[in-house]
Design a protein around this ligand. Structure first.
Ligand SMILES: Cc1cn([C@H]2C[C@H](O)[C@@H](COP(=O)(O)OP(=O)(O)OP(=O)(O)O)O2)c(=O)[nH]c1=O
Length: 184
């Protein structure tokens, strides 16, 4: 079965390649929803589905994978920051506390069968002072990442510990995705 990753994210590409899956990449034109009144798990899965369905229209004979990662703190979803000021505000908010990272995944199979799931990881941040945030932004670009951080990019500067899967924080819970692809 031909597999398409409907994502522009280099991290998702890396993770799926490392799992030994052969796939093509087609970035999805879908617009994400960021509506705090929708429950986190539903929001991640819905966005993943919108991304996958938009590409599946043009590739009806392939299995099309969409994914969406949101950082959730105190009932508020954090997407990607608009600029460095907002990125700094996000890290201040995450400083010294735990938050939830939810990645929703949707696979649209030929015949339009849709499989959706999500995975949650708890991430505990170190207390961050302004100097650490500045130093961290010199190491990584926060603007293309939900919550303004990348656990895979000098994550030890800011993260104290996690409960759950690391790859889920990076943007793709691969083990569960492989099960879905294999059981198709
Ligand atoms: C929290 C966190 C997010 N991220 C990234 C994963 C995603 O690429 C991004 C969240 O944005 P998404 O909207 O989920 O994905 P995207 O816009 O990058 O790609 P596409 O919609 O085309 O699939 O944040 C990390 O790389 N590391 C992290 O620790």
């Amino acid at each position: 079965m031909n597999v398409i990753l409907a994502s522009a994210s280099p991290r998702r590409r890396e993770l799926l390649s490392a799992a030994g899956v052969n796939f093509e990449v087609v970035a999805s034109p879908a617009e994400e929803i960021h509506d705090a009144s929708v429950p986190l798990d539903e929001l991640c899965e819905k966005n993943a589905e919108l991304k996958a369905l938009a590409v599946a229209e043009d590739y009806p004979d392939s299995a099309v994978i969409g994914a969406d990662t949101l950082v959730w703190i105190e009932g508020e979803p954090l997407g990607k920051p608009r600029d460095l000021d907002e990125a700094r505000m996000m890290l201040r908010k995450l400083s010294g506390r735990s938050h939830t990272v939810c990645t929703g995944v949707c696979v649209v199979f030929p015949g339009k069968t849709v499989k959706r799931f999500h995975e949650l990881t708890t991430v505990r941040f170190r207390p961050l002072d302004e100097e650490t945030i500045t130093a961290y932004f010199e190491k990584t670009n926060p603007l293309d990442k939900a919550g303004a951080y990348g656990i895979q990019d000098s994550g030890e500067m800011i993260v104290e510990g996690i409960e759950g899967a690391f790859d889920n924080v990076m943007g793709l819970p691969v083990a569960r995705l492989l099960e879905v692809l294999q059981n198709a």
